[in-house]
Structure formats: C-alpha cells, structure tokens
Design a protein around this ligand. Structure first.
Ligand code: UDP
Length: 326
C-alpha cells in the first residue's frame, strides 16, 4: 500500500507518516513547508507542493500511484481565520477541492480527512458526539465543515470513500523523541506550559480563570497524537467495507482544566510552570470534551494514552531532545 500524506511535515501529519512507516506502509509526504518542518519528514519522500496549485497536484498524481490519501494540510489558527478568512477558505476549502479533483482524475478513491471539534461551535452537551449540532463560530471551523459537506456530495456523485476525523486537543509527541509539536508562533497550551517550565519560552499566559468550571479555567480533551494516527489507519481499513462519507469524533472523553494541565506539566517536568492570569481568549468555549464511543465501536479505536501524565511525558521528552540539539 502507498499512501500520500498531505501535510506530512506538520505536527499530526508527521506522526502519521511515522506511524505508517513503522507498519511497513509506503509513505510519500506532500507539503509546502509553509508551517511544516523539513526535519519532520523522516519517513518517505517529500514532494514540495502547494495544494492551491492544481497543476502541481496533477503532476504529483500522474507521476506515481497512490492507494489512498490522508489529508492534514490546513491553516488551523482560529484567531487568524477570523482576521483573514479568504486565506483560510482558499487553503482549507479551495486547496482540498483541488486535491479531490486530482484524486478523481487519477482514480484514487479513498481519503482520510483531518477535521476538528471546531465544526461544532459552542457545545450544547457535556460530551460532544457525532449527532451534536454543527454550528461553527469561526472561519476555521466553517472551512472544515464545508469540506465535510463536499465529501458527502463526492460520495454520492463519484463514489469517493472518506472518513473525516474530528480531533479534539491533539497533544504529546512520538515516544522515541524523534518528532513533536512545534508551531511558530506557538499558541497551544501544552507546548507553551512545557517551554515555560523549561525556561525555553516565556512565562505562560493563562487565558481566563472566570469560566463556569470547577477551578474557573477552560476544560479540554487531550488526545495523544499517536492515538490519532492509529485512528487514521483504522479509518482507512473501515473504508474497505463501508462506502460513503463518514465522520468520527476523536478524544479521550475526559476533560482537564488549564490549571490541571499546568499542575501535571509541573509534576512530570519536576519544575514549576511560571504563569500569570490574563483575560479570556476570544472564541474559547468553557468546556470541550468528546464522546468517541462511535469511533471505538465502529473503527475499533483503542487509545493507548488515557491519562494526561503519559501524554505530557512524551511531549516533554521531545522538548528535552530539542534542548540537546541547541
Ligand atoms: N491556553 C492558555 N494559554 C496558552 C494557550 C492556551 O491559557 O498559552 C488555554 C486556552 O485558552 C484554552 C486551552 O488552554 O482554554 C487550550 O488551548 P489550545 O490553544 O491548546 O487548544 P484549543 O482548545 O484552542 O484548540
């Protein structure tokens, strides 16, 4: 089997490429390196191409045969999407449409797509399952929901088989420390808390401690990046017997508050996390926790990391390995 991993130089995509290669599946990475890292492409060849360029995509698919595509390329910062929606729709919707058209032209009929909890908007339940209303509150979530709709239409019209996987809060790193989470700028809680603890980044800013939660800080569902990779491979297998367009929510089903994450980082790092409290960050719902019962039942997904500390330990190991390189 040969899989094209679009966005395979990014955080989740690179872990996917590693996961596949460790299972002897041939991988080719397509990435424009706009936010991804060349150094993260350690498994399979890298094709540098931009999904907004249909001619380049056609060339890629004409040159070699892929059995399936896993599509991680996306702009993914909520605030940026509010400030610059055109570029989000151009990449996340327009770029994906180019990819789907190239797949159709070259007869590649299976896709696993990175979607997000942001397709749901404000949560109306303690745990969000697949039947939760989809009312995105920002262009990022809207762009992903538009693609989910396109995939449903493509299933009816062209027989495209697809699974959209809606991640909650991806966290952690490859347990061997080879790759991890590195964004520029870094906006995510776990890497920012670790960098604050290690002194490789500024003190953490905690956005809001006046939410209607037990300790006043936001609650999120942290899921290990390798558990996400596991789900993608299961999703591909699922498509063998299940035509159509499918969607599953991926999280641990357990919420941790920002203060709990800070305490857990301090515990695993053995160092305090310097931090100060600031006003709420716009667009942050108080609680976002997944119900992944459907992924467990239908895909046979069994997340390996169910507790916060082991997830943070893998992230910390990677951050330490970065210190060694400096
Ligand atoms: N957060 C924070 N300080 C940071 C980054 C994040 O307090 O430097 C909070 C953020 O407000 C949210 C939670 O941590 O409540 C998780 O945010 P993150 O950006 O990691 O993921 P999101 O839930 O936005 O996808």
């Amino acid at each position: 089997m040969h899989i094209l991993v679009c966005g395979g130089a990014g955080y989740i995509g690179s872990h996917m490429a590693r996961w596949l290669a460790l299972r002897d599946i041939r991988v080719t990475v397509l990435d424009d390196l706009s936010t991804g890292h060349r150094s993260f492409v350690q498994w399979g060849d890298l094709i540098e191409a931009d999904i907004r360029d249909p001619v380049a995509l056609d060339r890629v698919f004409a040159a070699q045969r892929f059995d399936a595509v896993m599509h991680f390329c996306a702009r993914s910062l909520v605030g940026e999407s509010v400030a610059d929606p055109y570029s989000y729709y151009a990449s996340n919707v327009g770029g994906t449409l180019n990819l789907l058209q190239a797949m159709r032209t070259h007869d590649v009929a299976r896709l696993v797509f990175s979607s997000t909890a942001a397709v749901f908007g404000h949560p109306q339940a303690d745990r969000i399952d697949e039947d939760h209303p989809q009312k995105p509150i920002n262009p990022y979530g809207a762009s992903k929901l538009m693609v989910e709709r396109i995939l449903a239409d493509a299933a009816s019209a062209y027989g495209l088989r697809s699974v959209a996987l809606r991640y909650f809060n991806a966290a952690g790193a490859a347990p061997d420390g080879t790759i991890g989470e590195a964004h520029d700028p870094e906006t995510h809680l776990v890497p920012n808390a670790i960098k604050a603890a290690l002194g490789t980044g500024p003190a953490l800013t905690l956005f809001g401690d006046d939410y209607p939660t037990p300790d006043g800080t936001c609650i999120r569902d942290y899921v290990h990046v390798d558990d996400l990779a596991q789900a993608h491979l299961l999703a591909l297998d699922y498509l063998d017997a299940n035509p159509g367009a499918h969607a599953f929510n991926l999280g641990n089903g357990q919420g941790f508050s920002v203060r709990e994450v800070i305490a857990a980082v301090a515990q695993v790092a053995g160092r305090a996390v310097p931090h100060s409290v600031a006003p709420r960050r716009p667009g942050d719902p108080a609680v976002l926790v997944a119900s992944s019962d459907r992924a467990r039942a239908r895909l046979g997904w069994r997340p390996e990391y169910t507790k916060l500390a082991p997830i943070l330990e893998t992230a910390l190991r990677w951050h330490f390995s970065q210190d060694d390189k400096q």
